[in-house]
Design a protein around this ligand. Sequence first.
Ligand code: SAM
Length: 214
Amino acid sequence: MPEGPGPTEWGSGNGVGPWTGPLPRDPRYDPDLLADGDTRNVVDAYRYWTREAIIADIDSRRHPLHVAIENFGSDANIGGVVRTANAFAVDTVHIVGKRRWNRRGAMVTDRYQRLCHHDTTAELLEFARGRGLAVVAVDNVPGSVRLETAELPRDAVMVFGSEGPGISDDARAGADLLVSIAQFGSTRSINASVAAGIAMHAWIRQHADLGRAW
Ligand SMILES: C[S@@+](CC[C@H](N)C(=O)[O-])C[C@H]1O[C@@H](n2cnc3c(N)ncnc32)[C@H](O)[C@@H]1O
């Protein structure tokens, strides 16, 4: 078991006040946060750390999983995808299509998450080939196999479609694997950000070292 409080003891999330006692000399600590307190949305292990130190630490623990979301329609889901990707220490979130997206749902987590923009899906696919990443398209379309029983590749980019049109023809054609999340109700599909969370967690269950989770 890890030492210190776990997720259920994190409390209200209002952060911590000014540092009490002798100041630590570790350069990862931010002098301003030590003096004023730290109310950022970060896990306790990163309290009082500079943003650069936090990013460097996550960079050393990132998973070989990338996620991409096609931004051809509404961008309302992208913030949620970025936040979940941050929680799972995903390597990079790729935004395909429109460059602008609504950052609100990210809850500032985008500051700690590698982001990359591609104008087209073809560009994303080229990136994936260059990095040796298997392309896993995620949508409930004909030809898909069940995410729940699929063996997910370790070095991979999962691609999610836009709200409305769903995954693009280019993503489907370029995918090494096409997976869908089993549904049982009346709706045709689930929210793209929720689908991304489910799919990322399926990868985590198969490949992550849970001993390294908070
Ligand atoms: C709101 S869906 C739209 C497309 C959907 N194929 C349809 O029939 O309407 C937007 C995106 O969420 C993801 N998604 C939603 N439901 C899903 C499911 N059951 N399985 C896999 N992906 C899903 C996919 O990435 C999809 O492109």
